[in-house]
Design a protein around this ligand. Structure first.
Ligand code: FES
Length: 496
């Protein structure tokens, strides 16, 4: 099969009359209320991909998940020819299916590990991760000769193994969420946290490469750039949105040299020499992107109906009314820090919401933003997770540890909030044994965050077990405690 890259996470595979396109994102409006844009720019390639879809007899699109940098409805709506759209069958697919059912195309939902024939030439296998607020899906595309794994944003590192027989591997290597960029930390602390997170991510990528031993690695699925936000975000300076130069040094330091850095529109060819990394955008390139695109955020109205916002919060609280929660800091949504009436407070322990806020609380999770941010949250059709990805809020929290319940409350959709809470609460407590320097330890096999399998997780020199999914560190010698999330895998020494 021939393999082309079209920017961000868009890959195109063709063989004979069959064509598969993964995650086409070409929207000139970017994603997440005009905060994210493709880098390098790929807008001019949209027509080419459309023509490919039109001219092939068996044309398919695979959408890995519903984030707007993967599901570009404008693109799908601009296809005159009907194509088949394949999506993973997530526990809650309502949002993605309702978007796609508004198009004229047939939508096929595939189960985890299903193997699906595309024409006579290609097949695909899915590996789904679906717990808590994240659902993502990796896909293997196979033509009988080459097996290509597109892992995109999907953190199934705990499911990778050599016998997947992957020839070409692609996975996201740069950051893609609001922590710590949107948090109010001192700059130095923010940089330190960012560095740690970048290292965790790059080491996951390297572990993936070492496990799979592919012939080639193609970095993809980011970073996006953010031309309407402060320029360091786009340049990956002091934050998690690092570019290919950082990845390149890291992989070379670790003696991996088989990386193909493809520009949008380029074809992967196995026998080409490995290519050079694409540098971060210059200030001029960022300005050009800003000047040639339109920012949706600027056109949003500042009007906020507080009662509508409260009612959205109440709808969520009703869904989790019977789930016992204790010790969760209050969530404060604030649009004017000068007036204690210009915000609301949510108490997850009591499942209550009230007008106003108190800046003197000693445990809180504070989201400060323009009124339009909360106006978006007050509309049932908008996903709270998409709004947070606009990066238009500032977050302050006390204590500093990650709180899973707050994360679930703020990032779940109303349709799956209950399920997300229950799934996380019900993570299996099955035990397994891990070894470190001649000693055995019994631990909980599944990570308390999102259930990654820890059986084969790396244990570093400090005897900290590192979760392969998001890099939480559990101190094996201190009962398996994780200081960043105040959670534990209940480690104890296991007698020989
Ligand atoms: S599953 Fe997220 S850190 Fe383990």
């Amino acid at each position: 099969m021939r393999i082309f890259f079209y920017g961000h996470n868009c890959f195109l595979f063709k063989k004979g009359p069959t064509l598969l396109v993964i995650d086409p994102w070409f929207s000139k409006n970017g994603a997440f209320y005009g905060s994210w844009f493709q880098y390098p720019n790929n807008h001019y390639l949209k027509e080419k991909v459309i023509q490919e879809l039109v001219k092939h007899k068996n044309s398919y699109i695979f959408i890995s998940h519903e984030h707007q940098d993967h599901l570009d409805l404008d693109f799908i709506n601009s296809l005159v020819k009907k194509v088949k759209i394949i999506v993973p069958k997530y526990r809650d697919n309502l949002h993605m299916m309702s978007l796609l059912s508004s198009t004229k195309h047939e939508v096929i939902e595939l189960d985890n590990y299903s193997n699906y024939k595309i024409g006579n030439e290609l097949s695909m296998e899915l590996m789904i991760s679906d717990i808590g607020v994240d659902h993502d899906c990796a896909v293997i595309v196979d033509d009988g000769t080459t097996r290509f794994l597109n892992q995109n944003d999907c953190k199934i590192y705990d499911q990778l193994h050599k016998s997947l027989n992957i020839d070409v591997y692609s996975v996201q290597y740069s950051g893609a969420n609001w922590f710590p960029s949107c948090y109010e930390f001192e700059e130095e602390i923010k940089e330190k946290i960012s560095k740690e997170r970048v290292t965790i991510k790059l080491s996951s990528v390297l572990n993936g490469i070492r496990t799979l031993e592919p012939k080639a690695f193609i970095p993809a699925a980011g970073p996006a750039i953010f031309p309407f936000l402060e320029s360091n975000l786009s340049r990956g300076i002091g934050n998690i949105f690092v570019h290919q130069d950082t990845l390149d040094s890291y992989l070379k330091q670790n003696k991996f040299f088989k990386t193909y850095y493809l520009n949008p529109g380029e074809e992967y060819k196995e026998h080409d020499l490995f290519t050079s990394p694409i540098p971060p955008p210059s200030i001029k390139e960022i300005a050009d992107t800003r000047n040639s695109n339109y920012c949706i955020w600027d056109s949003l109205k500042q009007e906020l109906n507080i009662q509508k916002l409260i009612s959205q919060v109440k709808n969520r609280l009703v869904e989790i009314a019977d789930i016992k929660l204790t010790g969760i800091p209050s969530i404060q949504l604030i649009w004017d820090l000068d007036s204690k009436y210009e915000g609301i407070t949510i108490d997850l322990n009591r499942k209550s919401v009230s007008s106003g806020y108190d800046l003197n609380l000693n445990k809180y999770y504070r989201v400060c933003a323009d009124k339009k941010y909360f106006a978006l949250m007050s509309e049932p059709k908008n996903r709270w997770q998409d709004i947070s990805l606009s990066f238009r809020a500032k977050i302050k929290r006390e204590p500093k540890e990650f709180c899973n319940e707050i994360n679930l409350f703020l990032f779940s959709d109303i349709d799956n909030i209950r399920d997300s809470f229950l799934a996380t609460k019900n993570i299996s407590l099955e035990k397994c044994i891990v070894s470190f320097k001649g000693n055995d330890y019994e631990i909980n096999r599944y990570c308390p965050h999102q259930g990654a399998d820890l059986r084969f997780a790396e244990i570093n020199e400090d005897c900290k077990l590192i979760c392969p999914k998001h890099g939480w560190e559990f101190d094996i010698k201190n009962k398996g405690h994780c200081s960043k999330s105040n959670s534990s895998i209940e480690a104890r020494k296991y007698p020989k």
